[in-house]
Ligand binder design. Sequence first.
Ligand SMILES: [Fe+2]
Ligand SMILES: [Fe+2]
Length: 472
Amino acid sequence: MISSDKIPNNVDLHLNKRLQRALEHWQPAYIQWWRDMGPQGFQHFHEIYVRTAISVDAAGWAHFEYVKLPEYRWGIFLADPVVNRTIGFGDFFGQPVWQEVPGEFRNQLRRLIVTQGDTEPASVEQQRWLGHRCPSLYDMRNLFQVNVEEGRHLWAMVYLLHSYFGRDGRDEAEDLLARQSGNQDKPRILEAFNEPIDTWLDFFMFTMFTDRDGKSQLLSLSESSLDPLARTTRFMLTEEAHHMFVGDTGIHRIVERTCQLMKESGFSEDVRRLGGIDLPTIQKHINLWFSLSLDLHGNEISTNAASYFANGLKGRAEEGKWTEHRVIETTYDLDIVENGAVKREAVPMRNAMNEVLRDWYVDDCQSGVTRWNKTLEKYGFSDRLRLPDRKFNRGIGQFASIHTDPDGHMLSDDEWARRKYEWLPSPADKKYLLSIMNQPIYETGKFANYIAPPARGVNRTPINFEYVRTEM
Ligand SMILES: [Fe+2]
Ligand SMILES: [Fe+2]
């Protein structure tokens, strides 16, 4: 028997027996999924120093302990309700928010929740081999922290499905465990979640850029008229912030180490000789993960996005910062492709909501790049990292039909085919990265040669803290 405290929660689960039973029924399937598809090789004998949310206040949120991963206490937490909250945008602007799902929006809301939910276990699956190539125990612990929290995000979405969508919701919750990243027959819903993430450079890029798309989406859902969805996603955002910290600082530490190696080698850019990761390789990975994550925001012009906005299901990021919330007459200028050429066109802003969210996202990404460049500057290098043009390497939307270089200049198909590995990671780059990562570092306080140690440890621990301990 699983008692209610096996599912830590702040939703009074014990008062809703039907829901409690449904979740207790789903829980063993989840644990089985975690064992099969979660971090491989670190489930039985390793104890990881992780943070577990036991409540949403600061104290309950900063609770650290050693756990074996399958024993992590995945729970259900909603941010505290905002008293008298009203709908902040769209056609129902100013009306009270909903505590139940309105029948007419049931399908749309289910689709939004399932699409978000699907990305959570997908990323755990994509990252499941990385422990075997970790650059340090500090990094391994961060990886597993991200993984257990993505697992918790799945719980968050499953809670909503079970609570508000009846039978359909229960079926969807099962399917969330049945689809698998990269599986031919039952792939994950979004394409970017079907590729394995097998190097740590990719992992840091994923947490920097793709988790940040998660942040965009969660910000827009946290504005939702469906109050339980808003409260769930608001708490998820606090966890998401840590994922992006892992990505941002991970790349920063690699850049720092690359600077050190370049200096050691007499300002040569060829740091591969010294086992480092050269700047062009870092830039190529920025180009790849930034463009993939732009795709995740969807088509520039979208009637779905317009309808989500009109119906109050999904707002803009930080909706409160906008002055006008119905957005009926406002237009938005965006680049569209017509007869193979790019031109600017004004479209109704509601139809451009994906692009509006993408604007927020691009700005948020830029702040990270600016920080990394400060380090290049500090070491006296004139090289700079940058985000590629939005049109570069796109698979979804207006620019999927054209090829451009990272500056956004159009290229012929031939030229693209000939030159794309100047800008994107090549098979040889990947082979190199795997070659410097195939010896994991399991010694406390030691770091792989290609990455600098972090500025400080987790939860005020020293950097040589035993973040992962082995029980034999
Ligand atoms: Fe997540
Ligand atoms: Fe995340």
